[in-house]
Unconditional design. Structure first.
Length: 192
């Protein structure tokens, strides 16, 4: 027996009244589920299709990982910077990781302030504050003060309340089920 209440397509326009244009947006993809970076890289492709200049700064992922999104991004003209050494649990020197993070954030600020990119993606930026490598004020201040045409996407778990407050759009990825938790290794072409 069909549930007619849930079978019908919506007929009411879901758009809110009074929509306006924005000069730029801050988008945060957070949560414990997978797909935060993948979503950001999907928006990267969308921006490139609109002839935007795009930059990516990665804070944890190593530049030696040869991930597919970096390979394609570079081929499509994305300015790509990796400042991580990989997973912190594999690190032999967390002070070195902190130094890489600070160097990466300095580059990120430089990219934003230059205003040459309509989109900058800060992949895994949330960890710099959640690991106490940088004060959250040192992160949200420069994002709030960026040139008005620069859109920012931030990814990573445990986004600080201050970053969530600053953002125009926040999506929390929730893991329902993931192959990795059932013992399946990350798959090239799907996970990286």
């Amino acid at each position: 027996m069909a549930d007619t209440e849930h079978d019908a397509a919506p007929t009411d326009d879901p758009r809110p009244d009074g929509l306006r244009r924005a000069d730029s947006l801050v988008i945060v993809n957070t949560g414990n589920g997978k797909g935060k970076s993948s979503s950001a890289f999907g928006m990267m492709v969308r921006a490139l299709a609109r002839d935007w200049n795009v930059a990516v700064v990665q804070f944890i992922k190593s530049g030696n990982w040869n991930v597919g999104e970096e390979k394609m991004g570079r081929q499509l003209g994305v300015d790509w910077f990796s400042f991580g050494d990989g997973f912190t649990w594999d690190s032999n020197d967390l002070s070195n990781d902190r130094a890489h993070a600070a160097e990466g954030w300095a580059k990120a600020i430089e990219l934003m302030q230059a205003g040459e990119h309509q989109l900058v993606i800060f992949d895994e930026l949330t960890y710099l504050s959640s690991f106490n490598w940088l004060p959250i004020a040192d992160i949200v201040g420069p994002i709030a003060d960026r040139p008005r045409h620069v859109n920012v996407i931030v990814t990573g778990r445990d986004a600080a309340p201050e970053l969530i407050e600053l953002a125009d759009t926040v999506t929390e990825m929730t893991e329902i089920k993931h192959a990795y938790t059932s013992g399946i290794r990350a798959m090239r072409g799907i996970d990286y």
